[in-house]
Design a protein around this ligand. Structure first.
Ligand SMILES: *Cc1c(COP(=O)(O)O)cnc(C)c1O
Length: 346
C-alpha cells in the first residue's frame, strides 16, 4: 500500500493544528489562569481534556487495543466526516462504497464535493470484492465497508473484505456500529496487521447511549495523528466523557441487553415469517431485520397511523418493498406484530 502521508491531502499534511490551552502543559498545577475560564462552578467551568485520556484508557482495556489507537468523536458520524476531509481532495479524489449501505458516507462525500462511487452488493447482499477493486482508480482514497451492514443486517464475508484490504493502496474503513450483535469477531484484533485499516464503533446501539453522542475510530497512531490535528479541540464534552466512563463499568449489563435483544430478534423473525404479507425476512447479525413485504408503502403508512414507526427502505437499491424493523422490547415487538396481523388479507 501507499504510505499514509502520501494518502493525506497536502494541506492537512502541512496543517499546523490549533494549539489549545491545555496542550502545552502536562504536569501538576493548582492555579489555572491560562484559558479565560470562570474559576467558579467546578468542574464544568473548565475545558475538557481534548484527547480524553482517562476515558480512552478504560475503552482500551475493554477493546484490547492501545489508548493511542483510539479517537473519540461526537458520534461515529464525526470520524466519518474527518476521514473524507483528511484524505479526499474535493473535485479530484473519490470514495468507493458498497450499496446499499449507511447513508452518511454519501452525505459526507457530497458535502465535501468528493465523488462517491457505489458498488452494488449481490442480490443476497453479499460482497463481491472484485467489483469493488474494479471501481477503484488512482484517485480512490477511501473504501467504506459496513459489517454488519445497514440496512441489510448481514455481515460481509471476511475473505472478500481481506481481498479489498490487501488489494487496495488506500484507506479501508470498516463500520462496525452493530458488531456487538454479530456472530463473528471484530476487525479490531487485526488493527496492527493492516496499517490502512480504520474500524468504526459507537456507543449509540448496543450500549444504549445514542443520546450521549460518542463514537469511536480505531486505527494506527499515524492515521490518528491526522484525526487529532483536524478535529475540533473539545469535540467530546465533559458530561459525555464522564457519563460514558461510568457506563463502561456496566459492561455485563450491556451483554445481557444484547442477549435479550438477540432472543427478541429470533422471536420477531419467527412471528414475521408466519405473516402472509411478509415475503422474506433477511438474515440479520444486527439489532434490526430487513423484511420484504407485499406493499411496503401501504404497510409502512398503516403502521405509522397506529403510532408504530419503522423504516421504509423501498426506494433503496436492492431493497424494493423492504421495511427495516428495529428489534424493540418484547412488548413493542408484540404491538408491531399485532398491527401487522390487522393488515393480513383474508
Ligand atoms: C447507527 C450507525 C452509526 C452510528 O452513528 P453515531 O453517530 O455513532 O450515532 C454508524 N454507522 C452505522 C452503519 C450506523 O447504522
Amino acid at each position: 500500500m501507499k504510505q499514509i502521508k502520501d494518502l493525506v491531502r497536502q494541506n492537512i499534511y502541512n496543517l499546523k493544528p490549533y494549539s489549545c490551552a491545555r496542550d502545552e502543559f502536562k504536569g501538576e498545577a493548582s492555579v489555572f489562569l491560562d484559558a479565560n475560564e470562570n474559576p467558579l462552578n467546578n468542574p464544568y467551568n473548565r475545558y475538557p481534556d481534548p484527547l480524553q485520556i482517562e476515558l480512552k484508557k478504560k475503552i482500551a482495556q475493554i477493546k484490547n487495543v492501545r489508548p493511542s489507537q483510539i479517537m473519540l468523536g461526537n458520534g461515529s458520524d464525526e470520524p466519518i466526516d474527518l476521514i473524507v476531509r483528511i484524505f479526499c481532495e474535493p473535485k479530484q479524489d473519490n470514495i468507493v462504497a458498497i450499496a446499499p449501505t449507511y447513508g452518511m458516507y454519501e452525505v459526507c462525500a457530497n458535502v465535501n464535493d468528493v465523488e462517491y462511487r457505489k458498488v452494488l452488493l449481490n442480490e443476497d447482499f453479499s460482497l463481491n470484492a472484485n467489483l469493488v477493486l474494479e471501481a477503484i482508480d488512482d484517485c480512490t482514497k477511501v473504501v467504506f465497508l459496513c459489517s454488519p451492514n445497514n440496512p441489510t443486517g448481514n455481515l460481509l464475508n471476511r475473505n472478500e473484505m481481506l481481498k479489498i484490504i490487501n488489494g487496495f493502496q488506500g484507506i479501508v474503513v470498516i463500520d462496525e456500529a452493530y458488531i456487538d450483535f454479530a456472530s463473528e469477531p471484530s476487525w479490531l484484533n487485526d488493527l496492527d496487521n493492516y496499517p490502512n485499516l480504520i474500524v468504526l464503533q459507537t456507543f449509540s446501539k448496543a450500549w444504549g447511549l445514542a443520546a450521549v453522542r460518542c463514537g469511536m475510530a480505531f486505527a494506527s497512531e499515524e492515521i490518528l495523528s491526522y484525526f487529532n490535528k483536524v478535529k475540533y479541540p473539545y469535540n467530546v464534552n465533559l458530561l459525555t466523557q464522564n457519563f460514558v466512563e461510568k457506563e463502561l463499568s456496566y459492561e455485563e449489563r450491556k451483554k445481557e441487553w444484547v442477549k435479550m435483544l438477540l432472543d427478541e430478534r429470533d422471536n420477531l423473525i419467527q412471528e414475521l415469517k408466519k405473516l402472509s404479507i411478509v415475503k422474506s425476512v433477511f438474515p440479520s447479525d444486527a439489532n434490526f431485520v430487513l423484511v420484504k413485504v407485499t406493499d411496503a408503502k401501504f404497510i409502512y403508512t398503516a403502521l405509522m397511523n397506529k403510532g408504530v414507526i419503522v423504516r421504509n427502505r423501498h426506494s433503496v437499491q436492492l431493497c424494493g418493498n423492504c421495511l427495516r424493523i428495529t428489534v424493540g422490547t418484547q412488548d413493542e415487538n408484540a404491538v408491531l406484530i399485532a398491527e401487522l396481523k390487522k393488515n393480513e388479507v383474508l
